[in-house]
Design a protein around this ligand. Structure first.
Ligand SMILES: Nc1ncnc2c1ncn2[C@@H]1O[C@H](COP(=O)(O)OP(=O)(O)OP(=O)(O)O)[C@@H](O)[C@H]1O
Ligand SMILES: [Mg+2]
Length: 240
């Protein structure tokens, strides 16, 4: 589904280069769930943005369903994102001039599906995240957790093959957070949606098939390879 090879991202910061991701490589099988963990500033959001084709690496390659994202121009990237990728941002990125319902409809409206059909689906999704009474609210009239739930409904509406979620439950109380988690994992089970979830929540990470831990821009451990490079130790009995 997804393969990243030797990804490096370097920012110019105050005239000096700052490498925030260095030589990161991994592949994710279709229909699986993967958590990306690591302390604040370790490069998780940066990695997600590169893998989802929202940002470009300084060097390295990104393949999504055999599309070489690093070789596509902006227009072709937008088509791939709209067709295959869902993204839940750490900062919700709702459009302030659109209501909750309209925000959820955006990804599919762009594709020219009938308005009534999309509106019906958007209402259904908003009910699923517990916002049936808020569909006409603008983002400024919603709480942080409610905005996050609108962003989650929006990420589901076009039934993406792969969903990238950046701390999807970070702003929610534990009960709502668990409901959102259940929706994510249901989507994975029912539709086979591949999930890549950045999280600080150990329980959420534990629900995923695989956990990749970043430390200062490099992979410190990956439960799929069984290697914890930080301690140079072998876990799960698998040799490096
Ligand atoms: N546009 C930018 N210019 C310079 N440095 C940046 C830029 N964007 C991010 N960084 C730096 O890159 C590093 C990684 O940022 P990133 O947002 O990927 O971290 P993160 O692991 O998602 O952290 P958090 O858990 O706090 O969300 C940070 O140290 C950040 O300061
Ligand atoms: Mg982040």
């Amino acid at each position: 589904m997804l393969r990243v090879e030797h990804l490096t991202k370097t920012y110019q910061s105050g005239g000096r280069p700052l490498t925030v991701l260095e030589n990161v490589s991994f592949g994710i099988e279709p229909g699986t769930t993967c958590a990306i963990i690591g302390s604040s500033g370790s490069g998780k959001t940066t990695l997600l943005g590169l893998a989802a084709g929202l940002d470009r690496a300084t060097s390295g390659e990104v393949y999504l369903k055999n599309h070489a994202l690093h070789q596509l121009d902006e227009d072709d990237l937008a088509v791939i994102r709209n067709r295959h990728i869902g993204f839940i941002f750490q900062s919700f990125q709702l459009i302030p001039t659109l209501t909750a319902l309209e925000n959820v409809m955006v990804p599919v409206e762009l594709r020219g599906v009938s308005y009534d059909y999309v509106a019906g689906e958007a209402q259904r999704l908003l009910s699923e995240v517990g916002l049936e009474g808020r569909i006409d609210h603008y983002p400024s009239q919603l709480s942080g957790g409610e905005q996050q739930r609108v962003a989650i409904a929006r990420a589901f509406i076009h039934k993406p093959d792969i969903l990238f979620a950046d701390e999807p439950t970070g702003n929610l109380d534990s009960e709502t957070g668990e409901q959102i988690e259940d929706i994510l994992f249901d989507l994975n089970k029912k539709l086979g949606t591949t999930l890549v979830i950045v999280t600080h929540d150990p329980d959420l990470a534990a629900r995923c098939d695989r956990v990749i831990r970043l430390k200062r821009g490099v992979i410190a451990s990956d439960s799929a390879s069984g290697v914890d490079s930080e301690n140079e130790k072998v876990v799960n009995g698998v040799a490096p």
